[in-house]
Design a protein around this ligand. Structure first.
Ligand code: AMP
Length: 551
């Protein structure tokens, strides 16, 4: 759904029956979207309608609510037909119609999806019972009409959903055939994201004095955002994200995730890695969310991990990077997410993490936004360190350019007193400024991006000792000198914690951790699955995964 409030109209103003309003409220809808505000009143009044709107604008409810309200549930026959381009959309619309209609009638509304691919006799049998609404692909609906297993006698409402897609799929002849056989008194609602010529002709031919509702879509908002895609296996997303955040220079970054749980655990994970991060999600109250946004705005934190709902209305001008850690549910949401950057004439970038099975979604996003994403690869550890070294030099340069006689005299005094040369002194000062981390990385420290290289160890401390994922990462990094990013999934249970680590480092980690104190306990970690396969990863234990950082 569009995440900007589209109108000031309330559902209660649209003329909907109380049972239908109740269902809408139960679904958590607060205000009608623009297409709903525009389409519901004329459809309730029996008008034909052309709605130009994309998926994600709330168009399903825009036709489904009036459709439901105009049903006579005392009757047992089909009174409304919704035509959709695909079987998936038919099923989706069917379940939406059931949800919107769950408060109406004594025995509820009977909705039947029919589509090619399912044996026709099953559908035939279902059609012999009570069916109020048929939702299906045009080919299969026409097939039933020709066989006489469905008749148009009582059908007074037709909806053509995603008409342009039906045209693309070659269904237009079937659509027209169905409409030609419809009752003269029928009502037609036609929804389409675009209005190609053939769709206009269908509208002209079959719709009578239609109301036009046009919802402008917002591809504009992403035109000046540089959009990249990063293919990364699910288990390696944290690692990829950290490297990305390490390599990109942005004052403010927004990371979008799918659920509250992931928002909280990812923010915690990033904090444990030393990033200034926090989260906003629907489980937090408004004051808490405002506080996070205020800290981002005042640059006290740089990264906010957000769910889509919580990010509504989040307006921070200096967001330079949007990361889609999880793909959005639908393309319009992508546009809203990405539109959070490149504000007020600034430059903006968006990086979308995806997995091979999400390729179709990625393509529909590109089609919707009208802009292809540039594929990028996961930055390597060496690249990351090179960037950090570069930053150090950038910091040094202006200081070196200023004359500072006091420091020059001090440096000379040290050179004289310690008997070292200026180069050695400079190297020592650099080491001090750099801190403990490695200056460059051997290739095997690229991290556990390949799942087959990961083994699980178990450490005998858990939630009862108040252990958190950050404690574990900190201890491993501190004791071994390895970058915290080598640590994979952490699963904190009551008494023990399972930790995934790269097999190349497992021995070092076990050795260095053995005998150290974590949360006040002396621990002796061991392989979680020592027998047989040499400790290779097994299916994860079931049960609640407390502190699970890689859901
Ligand atoms: P649609 O464009 O019909 O596919 O709807 C997109 C999503 O928005 C669906 O998940 C709907 O449940 C949701 N939705 C539709 N109308 C509203 C509304 N007025 N308020 C909040 N969510 C809505």
């Amino acid at each position: 759904m569009s995440d900007t409030p589209d109108t000031d109209v309330r559902f209660a103003d649209l003329g909907l029956a109380p049972e239908i309003l109740a269902a809408v409220v139960e679904l958590g809808y607060e205000t009608p979207s623009a297409i709903q505000a525009g389409a519901i009143p004329p459809l309730l009044a029996g008008r034909d309608l052309i709605g130009q709107a994309q998926t994600g604008t709330g168009k399903t409810a825009a036709f489904a609510l009036p459709l439901l309200q105009r049903l006579d549930l005392e009757r047992r026959d089909v009174q409304a037909i919704v035509l959709t381009p695909t079987r998936e959309l038919a099923m989706q619309v069917a379940s939406a119609v059931r949800a919107y209609g769950r408060r109406i009638g004594k025995h509820g509304v009977h909705v039947l999806p029919v589509y090619g691919g399912q044996p026709i006799h099953i559908q035939h049998k279902a059609l012999q019972g009570t069916v109020h609404v048929v939702i299906g692909t045009p080919g299969r609906v026409a097939d039933h009409l020709r066989r006489g297993t469905l008749d148009l006698e009582g059908v007074h409402f037709f909806c053509l959903d995603e008409a342009d897609e039906m045209l693309n799929m070659g269904f237009l002849d079937d659509v027209e055939w169905i409409l030609e056989h419809a009752d003269a008194e029928r009502q037609i609602a036609l929804f389409s994201a675009t209005m190609p010529g053939p769709i206009r002709r269908v509208a002209k031919r079959y719709l009578r004095d239609p109301v036009d509702v046009l919802i402008a879509h917002e591809t504009k908002t992403v035109e000046n955002v540089e959009q990249m895609s990063l293919r990364v296996p699910r288990h390696a997303r944290n690692e990829a994200l950290e490297r990305l955040l390490g390599i990109e220079d942005h004052e403010a970054v927004l990371v979008f995730v799918g659920t509250q749980r992931v928002a909280a655990s990812l923010a915690e994970h990033l904090q444990a890695r030393g990033f200034g991060a926090d989260c906003i999600h629907g489980g937090m109250n408004q004051t808490q969310r405002d506080d996070v946004v205020r800290r981002l705005r005042s640059r006290r934190i740089q990264i906010v991990v957000a769910t889509d709902v919580a990010a509504r209305g989040l307006d921070v001008d200096h967001i330079g990077l949007v990361v889609n850690y999880d793909l959005p549910r639908d393309p319009e949401i992508y546009v809203h997410r990405v539109g959070r950057t490149a504000r007020a004439g600034r430059a903006g970038r968006a990086v979308t993490l995806w997995q091979p099975r999400e390729q179709r979604m990625l393509q529909s996003i590109e089609r919707f936004s009208g802009q292809p994403m540039q594929p990028m690869r996961i930055p390597g550890v060496e690249e990351l360190l090179a960037r950090q070294r570069g930053r150090m030099i950038e910091k040094l340069r202006p200081i070196a350019a200023e004359s500072s006689p006091e420091f020059a005299a001090w440096a000379q005094a040290i050179v004289d007193a310690e008997g070292i040369d200026a180069g050695t002194l400079a190297a020592a000062a650099l080491r001090l400024a750099w801190g403990d981390g490695p200056l460059s990385a051997p290739p095997q420290e690229e991290g556990p991006l390949d799942p087959s290289d990961v083994v699980e160890i178990v450490i005998p401390v858990g939630t009862r000792d108040r252990v958190r994922p950050g404690t574990i990462v900190g201890t491993i990094a501190g004791e071994t000198g390895l970058p915290g990013s080598v640590v994979g999934r952490i699963n904190v249970r009551e008494r023990v914690t399972f930790v995934e680590v790269p097999s190349s480092h497992v021995q070092t980690i076990l050795d260095k951790l053995s005998g150290t104190r974590i949360a006040g306990r002396v621990v002796r970690p061991r392989l979680a699955h020592p027998e047989g396969d040499g400790g290779a990863r097994r299916p994860r234990p079931r049960g609640p995964h407390r502190g699970d950082r890689r859901p």
